[in-house]
Write a protein that binds this ligand. Structure first.
Ligand SMILES: Nc1nc2c(ncn2[C@@H]2O[C@H](COP(=O)(O)OP(=O)(O)OP(=O)(O)O)[C@@H](O)[C@H]2O)c(=O)[nH]1
Ligand SMILES: [Mg+2]
Ligand SMILES: [Zn+2]
Length: 306
């Protein structure tokens, strides 16, 4: 019997770092589920676990310690399957690209709303700014202003070419989940920050400007200065789950603030009388943010019928 930290999750085996610093590949018992969470991966990187080595030399995860928090996504909008990206994290760093590939604002806002729902602070890194034309640069400025005003620290970077040493302090001493679409440069950023060959990166397939899913499993990397970054495989969509319709607005800071003036406390801002949110859309509430809000509201409605 030993305790450990999950540092790698390939699906079939789970890499665990033991209390004495060894790295052990562990198996997982089929019946190991945490009550109330239905996910394709019962154990996620960042989980603290109990392990036991059997006489045949195989090591098994026998228990998962209660999580401080976690980030979970629904694989696709229609599926009931969900996937825990990481557990016990201090922060989410969402890496996005205005172009090559395009990250949608819906994707950004869905992840931010999920982070709000699970009380994990989030920051935004806009990567590949070296590739942007004038019009895209304008878009970048607008989005950085939007999210900075909302209270999400936002940075424009070029992980491949810039000296991004100044960004290091954002990661030191914390456990950060690095997430984003495939091909936005997560592994490149990790390499640029903390090491030559820490992770694999790949060429973007030029034909489609889409990522190639180079990183196929999640892995935690420890920083020499303290702290850790969890590199994850790129995700396509970010399905939210377990959000009640009336709750969705709580996870959009500006919508939540404004909703205090709505006549009804259960207002979902879809045309109710006395709604204070709807008149602000296009004014103090960005249209893109309200669109993302509506898209999650649709998820929440769908869930009721499943
Ligand atoms: N022009 C430019 N290319 C970049 C930049 N950052 C990363 N890339 C390139 O983008 C491609 C994908 O980078 P990766 O780091 O593999 O992307 P990823 O987000 O880890 O992708 P997955 O592992 O599939 O999720 C590689 O060809 C990188 O060289 C950047 O700042 N500018
Ligand atoms: Mg990668
Ligand atoms: Zn309202």
């Amino acid at each position: 019997m030993d305790n450990g930290l999950v540092i790698k999750s390939t699906g079939s085996t789970i890499g665990v770092q033991t209390s004495d610093g060894r790295s052990v590949d562990c198996h997982i018992k089929g019946n190991l589920r945490i009550a109330g969470i239905r996910s394709t991966n019962p154990v996620a990187v960042g989980d603290r676990v109990s392990i036991e080595t059997q006489t045949d030399g195989t090591t098994w995860i026998t228990a998962i310690q209660p999580r401080q928090n976690y980030i979970i996504r629904r694989s696709t909008n229609l599926s009931k399957q969900s996937h825990i990206l990481a557990a016990n994290i201090d922060r989410v760093a969402l890496l996005v690209t205005i172009n090559h590939p395009v990250t949608s604002t819906t994707f950004i806002d869905r992840l931010l709303a999920t982070a709000e729902a699970y009380s994990v602070p989030a920051m935004l890194l806009f990567n590949k700014v070296d590739l942007l034309d004038e019009c895209e640069m304008q878009q970048l400025t607008e989005l950085i202003n939007l999210y900075t005003q909302l209270g999400y620290p936002s940075f424009a970077i070029s992980a491949k070419y810039d000296d991004i040493d100044s960004l290091k302090h954002e990661f030191i001493g914390k456990t950060t989940l690095l997430s984003g679409n495939s091909g936005v440069g997560k592994s490149t950023l990790l390499n640029a920050l903390f090491g030559e060959t820490m992770t694999r990166t790949a060429d973007i397939s030029r034909a489609h400007d889409k990522g190639m899913h180079t990183t196929t499993f999640s892995e935690m990397y420890f920083l020499p200065e303290g702290g850790a970054i969890i590199d994850t495989p790129g995700v396509k969509g970010f399905g939210t789950l377990d959000m009640q319709k009336e709750e969705v607005g709580h996870y959009f800071r500006e919508i939540f603030a404004q909703s205090r003036q709505c006549r009804y406390s259960n207002c979902i801002h879809c045309g109710e009388p006395g709604c204070a949110v709807l008149p602000e859309v296009g004014q103090s509430i960005a249209i893109s943010r309200f669109d993302s809000y509506l898209s999650i509201l649709n998820d929440a409605t769908e869930e009721k019928y499943r």
